[in-house]
Design a protein around this ligand. Structure first.
Ligand code: NAP
Length: 512
């Protein structure tokens, strides 16, 4: 079950949003009455409430907004109990001073906005002595391992325990706490209205991560990187799971650069079945895997870790995805998809340039590398045994295929291009690996010139599709993944599953 936290300054707003949430299928709503500008009228808020509620009145020392005295706060909580609220939230230090009455269930809570203390079990024991129906322990995650300790504690608890970590590092425990036995997790009304660090919106928790469907059998996958908040991988992998009815969830996992190996070992105890790997871990992740294929070894970087026969295998799906995208572009342009002898100019010398460069060389293309930082470009050209052109002279290079592997033109720098329009010749196939935005300035110039083009989405969805296949053994619904990504990007909602993506299952949940 998902408990949606509502905090508004006016009674009318809180009641209106409460009704809106109920119409979207919310089963439990936390009324954060400390957000109200005037003294809360508990009778009014609870009268004709459309869902069961948790009444919470958080003081300022616990990052709440309560403006009155402590005495007044306690009397509001007692009033909520007398009025028959389904739950009241009582911090551990006041729980004993508020008596049990009627059917109202007592959530005895502990919050720590600094850390996840080592003594989680001691805290749990202390809370269990305060006559709880539900224990709630919410702490700040400072490392991936904090989530693991928290979920282990929730699993071992004898009293129903809501336990998860806050902050960007805490997302995994917010989503997997139900699987560990937590009776509910918390979500905000919307992303803009997060009420605790890292809190996800109701739409994300319900439609994107499908919290209510996660069980002990649900397979868990994720993307590791830093930063990770803007990654679109969760959007398309979860959409594909939903489309094919696969019991799996895919999470964004922020893993700091210096903590990769330790984090992966810690996550092992959560039974994670596979990872997409992004900046800055694509090279370092090779130290973690048990084996890797020859191409990935040659490229020296992986974007995928998957379990096979109990072993962690690393592979790079970027290279094959880019090749497929280029070749389908060549076919669409009416030519052959043969790469042997084709003259290709690659802009950039980072990880993507390296992966694409290796694959093109292996397929017999004649590759030239150019890069803003001369030494890096020359080093990659030497490694690939291909030609190098200086960045200043890149416009003078003639090529049949131009590939942008720099981040120039990427959101928010929409007005930038790495290649001037007058340098393009009209038969050149232009492939921009940048996928946000889909229509980069480089692609716009290329189309105006009459050049065939391939957008970064073509590669992004294919590399994810190949991962999906390795993760699940199923063919990926590529068109659906593409459509989902396009729709989300055009709506500028990169993480939340669009309303229209709800499945029939989701709809029937809201009717319950
Ligand atoms: P990376 O290793 O950080 O390399 C970045 C490259 O961009 C370097 O060559 C860098 O040149 C160049 N660059 C950055 N800012 C520049 C500027 N202002 N002018 C000229 N060159 C500049 O990153 P990566 O992993 O290779 O990713 C590169 C791009 O590929 C990303 O930005 C992303 O849009 C795209 N990508 C697409 C997919 C997909 O599936 N479609 C997947 C991954 C990445 P210096 O060496 O001079 O710094």
């Amino acid at each position: 079950m998902i408990c949606v936290s509502l905090g508004r300054t006016r009674h009318s707003s809180i009641m209106e949003e409460h009704r809106a949430l109920a119409s979207k299928g919310a089963e439990l709503v936390e009324l954060r009455v400390d957000y109200m500008r005037k003294k809360p009228d508990i009778g009014l808020l609870l009268k004709e409430r459309p869902t069961p509620v948790v009444v919470t009145c958080r003081r300022r020392s616990d990052r709440g907004r309560w403006f009155g005295t402590e005495e007044q706060r306690l009397s509001i909580l007692r009033e909520a109990i007398i009025a028959g609220a389904e739950y009241v939230d009582l911090e551990d230090d006041i729980a004993k001073s508020i008596r049990r009455y009627g059917k109202t269930k007592r959530i005895v809570s502990y919050h720590n906005f600094e850390e996840t203390p080592i003594e989680l079990y001691d805290i749990h024991r202390r809370l269990s002595q305060c006559d709880p129906d539900v224990i709630k322990i919410v702490t700040m995650a400072n490392s991936p391992g904090d989530n693991v300790r928290m979920l282990e504690m929730v699993s071992a608890a004898q009293v129903p325990t809501v336990g998860f970590c806050m902050g960007e590092l805490g997302t995994i425990s917010r989503i997997l706490c139900g699987r560990a036995g937590s009776p509910f997790t918390y979500a905000s009304f919307s992303r803009e209205r997060e009420m605790a660090p890292g809190q996800l919106s109701y739409a994300e928790v319900r439609n994107l991560y499908r919290f209510n469907k996660i069980t002990k059998d649900t397979k868990v996958f994720g993307v590791i990187g830093d930063p990770i908040a803007q990654s679109k991988s969760p959007l398309i992998h979860n959409a594909a799971f939903r489309k094919l009815g696969i019991d799996a969830v895919y999470l964004p996992l922020r893993v700091p650069a210096d903590g990769l190996l330790a984090s992966l070992k810690e996550y092992d105890s959560l039974g994670i079945s596979g990872y997409s790997v992004t900046i800055p871990h694509k090279e370092a992740v090779l130290q973690f895997c048990d084996s890797l294929d020859a191409e990935t070894d040659e490229i020296g970087a992986a974007n995928t870790l998957y379990k096979s026969d109990g072993e962690w295998k690393a592979t790079n799906t970027d290279a094959s995805a880019a090749m497929e995208a280029i070749q389908s572009g060549m076919l669409k342009a009416g030519g052959s998809h043969e790469l042997v002898g084709r003259k290709v100019l690659i802009l950039g010398a980072g990880g993507v340039a390296r992966a694409i460069g290796y694959a093109l060389q292996n397929d017999g293309a004649t590759v030239t590398i150019t890069n803003r930082s001369r030494d890096r470009g020359k080093a990659l050209a030497a490694e690939l045994k291909c030609q190098f052109a200086s960045w200043e002279n890149r416009g003078a290079e003639s090529c049949e295929i131009l590939i942008n592997c720099t981040s120039v033109g990427m959101h928010p720098n929409l007005n930038e291009t790495p290649f001037e329009p007058n340098w393009l010749s009209d038969s050149t196939l232009v492939f921009d690996t940048v996928y946000n935005p889909e229509q980069t300035l480089l692609l716009k110039h290329a189309r105006e010139r009459g050049c065939p083009t391939v957008g970064g989405i073509e590669m992004f969805v294919r590399q994810a599709g190949r991962q999906f296949e390795l993760f699940t053994g199923e063919s990926p619904p590529l068109d659906y993944m593409t459509e989902t990504l396009r729709r989300a990007m055009s709506a500028a909602r990169m993480v939340v599953a669009p309303e229209s993506e709800k499945t029939e299952d989701d709809e029937s949940e809201s009717d319950d």
